[in-house]
Design a protein around this ligand. Structure first.
Ligand SMILES: Nc1ncnc2c1ncn2[C@@H]1O[C@H](COP(=O)(O)OP(=O)(O)O)[C@@H](O)[C@H]1O
Ligand SMILES: [Mg+2]
Length: 442
């Protein structure tokens, strides 16, 4: 029996919460049953529970015996182009990722109507070929949906290589087939933007966008209590509260800590929880690293100065309050930040806090401070640095750094360029004052 599960998408009873989202998805099914097309986008950072939500939704549909067919296409295991091609081949050979029998049967039925150019599958297809296969395939699904209520689900759709083209294919099919319905899930915002931005095919087409965020404390406590009871464990409430606090309601971290506590015998105490939480730190940091790369500079800047209030953030970063609100909302959606009482914003949990504190703070342009002054300040601090280090430390481009160094030299600062191992670095030697020519000549 599984008390917790952290390495696979989950369904009930290992799945909890998300009732609003599930209700919405179930209401969409009703629409589709009545031959109305729906298009839903589910966004959430990695391991926030997108695939689990889809699975639980499919399970409920099966339980309720709904009269809609599902075709599930999962890119969640795809990490590179070769894998994508392999997945696509598997897909077309009916090895679909799929928890439900009904779905598979539908798939075969649909497959017969697919006009795929099979020669592509014999050779390594090029990106263009892959998108052609997808185009043909999706058109068949859309056509099929005219006679049989069908929902196409594409998990981690941002992994489609030609994402912009993919968005236009979907758009074309929506216009041509009013019954064509789909649910997309996605996690990398920088890629999703290419499909839903104002110049992309999916701009404004979604019936609804669901943002998956961490789960609230009460729900988490209930879940933990139920799971430990079912597993025959003793626990004190403080221990469960500690798990919730350490996870910040992030469902994967919650399950991960829970799972780890089971190694310590039948008594779950606060000490056990803390030990377990420490042991999974590296894995949580791996996840945070990947999610951090998806942030833009504005978001990273705000993360560097939390906890704070929007007003203080706006002052400190010299950006408008509106901008601060947009950034904070995005950081909440991406699972980095939570709102506390009295308009204060803080890190989602202690992992995020120590992760962000360990990173070199993204430097912030102080009000009224000149670029060369900021570069000089960093160079003084480091004494020796190359343009990459200075660029990272100041947030300015390497070219700007080089220009600043030139300017500083003109102003009389002695900055030596040294070549070492094929790389150039700058050595700060102080201000060359008049009358200090001995120093300058050296
Ligand atoms: N609603 C939920 N209830 C319980 N656990 C969840 C829930 N959503 C996610 N999880 C946990 O998070 C992990 C990752 O979920 P998954 O659905 O694979 O995320 P995603 O598809 O967003 O990457 C699961 O293995 C499970 O431990
Ligand atoms: Mg997933």
């Amino acid at each position: 029996m599984y008390v917790f599960e952290s390495s696979r998408p989950v369904v009930s009873p290992l799945f909890f919460n998300r009732r609003e989202e599930l209700n919405f998805l179930l209401s969409s099914v009703k629409e589709v049953e009545n031959s109305r097309g729906v298009s839903v986008l589910i966004v959430g950072s990695r391991r926030m529970g997108k695939t689990s939500l889809i699975r639980e939704f499919l399970r409920l549909c099966e339980e309720k015996n709904v009269n809609v067919n599902f075709i599930v296409f999962s890119f969640s295991m795809v990490s590179d182009y070769e894998t994508l091609v392999k997945e696509l081949k598997n897909f077309l050979h009916s090895k679909v990722y799929n928890p439900l029998r009904k779905v598979k049967e539908t798939f075969r039925e649909v497959l017969e109507t697919v006009k795929v150019n099979w020669k592509y599958l014999k050779f390594e297809p090029k990106p263009k070929d892959v998108i052609e296969i997808l185009r043909n395939y999706m058109r068949s699904v859309a056509k099929y949906s005219e006679m049989n209520p069908t929902i196409l689900i594409v998990d981690e759709f941002q992994r489609v290589q030609e994402i912009e083209e993919f968005s236009w294919i979907l758009k074309g099919l929506i216009d041509e087939y009013p019954t064509f319905s789909f649910i997309l899930t996605g996690s990398e915002y920088s890629l999703i933007k290419k499909a839903i931005g104002s110049k992309a095919g999916l701009f404004g087409v979604f019936t609804k966008t669901i943002h998956l965020t961490p789960i609230d404390e009460k729900e988490c406590l209930n879940f933990l209590r139920k799971r430990y009871v079912e597993g025959g464990f003793n626990f004190d409430l403080e221990a469960l509260k500690e798990i919730v606090k350490l996870s910040g309601g992030h469902p994967w971290i919650l399950q991960k800590i829970g799972e780890r506590t089971l190694r310590y015998g039948k008594e779950i105490t606060i000490e056990v929880v803390r030990k377990a939480a420490e042991e999974i730190k590296e894995e949580v940091f791996d996840l945070l690293t990947r999610n951090y790369y998806d942030l833009d500079d504005g978001e990273k800047n705000v993360l560097a100065i939390l906890p704070s209030t929007p007003k203080k953030i706006a002052m400190e970063l010299n950006i408008t309050p509106t901008m601060v609100h947009i950034i904070l909302r995005n950081l909440i959606m991406k699972g980095f930040v939570k709102k506390e009482e009295r308009g204060r914003y803080n890190y989602l949990n202690p992992y995020v806090e120590s992760f962000c504190k360990g990173l070199p703070t993204v430097p912030l342009r102080e009000r009224g401070k000149k670029i060369y002054e900021i570069v000089l300040q960093k160079l003084k601090e480091y004494k020796v640095a190359d343009s990459k280090i200075l660029s990272n430390a100041t947030g300015f481009s390497k070219r700007t750094i080089q220009a600043s160094i030139q300017y500083l030299r003109k102003k009389g600062y002695k900055i030596v360029t040294e070549k070492k191992g094929g790389k150039y670095r700058y050595i700060y030697q102080g201000l060359a004052k008049k009358g200090n020519n001995r120093f300058l000549r050296r």
